[in-house]
Design a protein around this ligand. Structure first.
Ligand code: ATP
Length: 371
């Protein structure tokens, strides 16, 4: 039995999650699985009605489930950041989903790469620390209200290390901070995933040639955990990695990234794969509740028109089934998506003529055909 909390959210989230569930139910039907779904009302409609985002009751409901299957949030009627912080980021933090997982593999002919390269990359991004911890602020020249000692230290440091600023200038700072414990648990997940996938090496991305303190610790921990797990680690600077992903993506298997570089590189990974229509992601807590979602947002411009491509949501469902311990069923879903693409049973963004619902029906039917 699989207990899944379903949060379709806003805009096309509702449409694509309906198709993802259709595909999961087709899998459950042929494999006699008991799928228990509980729907959560998260998103803009509820927020505008009641002012609620992710409530304690929602959290309690989610705790009783093995995973969350999430659509998208975002609405032009709500100020940017409110729903994202109050629902998505709140969920990641509450359930300590410290790994963001995004596969990137070539979906021919939808990849924009000219050469027909075969690649199959799994990006793992540290999801809680680094530049996104919220440790930042602005010091305003002479009128700063921030602690004077800190200002003095910053100015002294500035005089020592950089050229242009003066003591009465304005300073803005956002601190990239990572803990040994945070890197360690993330590195362990990367090496354990490599082991599970039969790989003998992972690639770790950083900028250790410039940000020596932050990525010095990153490398120290990765070196130690590499020895512990008996799996090699190669390091790539993030700038070199951006180039290599376009030139030779087939070189890479598991790519481990700190939070901010991962944010950028996984979007590059999504684009070389075939774009938002096919990009799926998981926010993972290996010992708790994980959440799976398409990478795209609520796309208000096409919401309610039956135009949304459901494949990213279907592939997010595949990742969820993999994570719940049935990669064999995940393969079945992926095969069905591949067949739907091969036979052009796809939506207009991929050059097909099917509606969201028809594209979902086609994939569910292909799943049933494996019976
Ligand atoms: P949000 O603010 O919620 O992230 P957004 O519209 O700014 O929404 P996305 O939803 O990520 O950003 O997508 C940008 C554009 O890409 C959309 O406006 C839409 O035209 C297109 N798009 C996104 N997802 C899909 C999809 N599943 N199928 C077809 N087109 C899509």
């Amino acid at each position: 039995m699989y207990k899944i909390a379903v949060a379709p959210g806003d805009g096309i989230g509702k449409e694509v999650i309906a198709e993802g569930i259709k595909v999961l139910e087709a899998v459950a039907e042929i494999e006699s699985l008991n799928l228990q779904l509980e729907y959560l009302d998260l998103g803009s409609d509820r927020y505008l009605r009641t002012g609620e985002l992710l409530t304690e009751e929602d959290v309690e409901i989610i705790r009783k489930h093995q995973a969350v299957y999430f659509g998208a949030i975002g609405d032009p009627r709500v100020a940017p950041g409110v729903l994202e912080k109050g629902i998505l980021i709140a969920m990641r933090t509450t359930f300590d989903q410290y790994v963001n997982m995004r596969p990137s593999k070539a979906w021919h002919p939808y990849t924009p790469l000219k050469e027909e390269k075969k690649f199959d990359i799994l990006f793992l991004r540290e999801n809680t620390e680094d530049m996104y911890m919220g440790a930042g602020g602005v010091l305003h020249g002479k009128t700063s209200s921030v602690d004077m000692r800190l200002r003095r230290e910053l100015y002294t440091m500035d005089l020592k290390v950089s050229g242009t600023s003066t003591a009465d200038d304005d300073y803005a700072f956002e601190v990239g901070m990572m803990s040994r414990r945070g890197i360690e648990r993330f590195a362990d997940y990367c090496f354990e995933t490599a082991k599970r996938m039969g790989k003998d090496k992972i690639t770790a991305v950083d900028k250790a040639n410039v940000c020596t303190s932050l990525y010095g610790l990153w490398r120290e921990v990765f070196d130690a955990r590499s020895k512990h797990h008996g799996i090699a680690v190669e390091y790539m600077y993030v700038d070199a990695m951006a180039m290599a992903l376009v030139r030779a993506p087939e070189r890479f298997g598991i790519v481990a990234c700190p939070n901010m570089f991962g944010d950028i590189l996984t979007d590059l990974g999504a684009e070389i794969m075939g774009g938002l229509g096919v990009a799926a992601s998981g926010n993972i807590n290996p010992n708790g509740v994980s959440m799976f979602e398409p990478v795209h947002g609520s796309a208000p411009d096409i919401a309610g028109k039956g135009k949304a491509n459901p494949i990213a949501a279907v592939l997010a469902g595949k990742m969820m089934i993999d994570q719940l311990g049935r990669p064999d069923l995940g393969k079945m879903i992926e095969w069905s998506v591949k067949m739907a693409m091969r036979h052009r049973m796809v939506t207009a963004d991929m050059g097909g003529s099917l509606s969201t619902k028809e594209a979902g029906d086609a994939i569910a039917e292909l799943v049933r055909s494996t019976r």
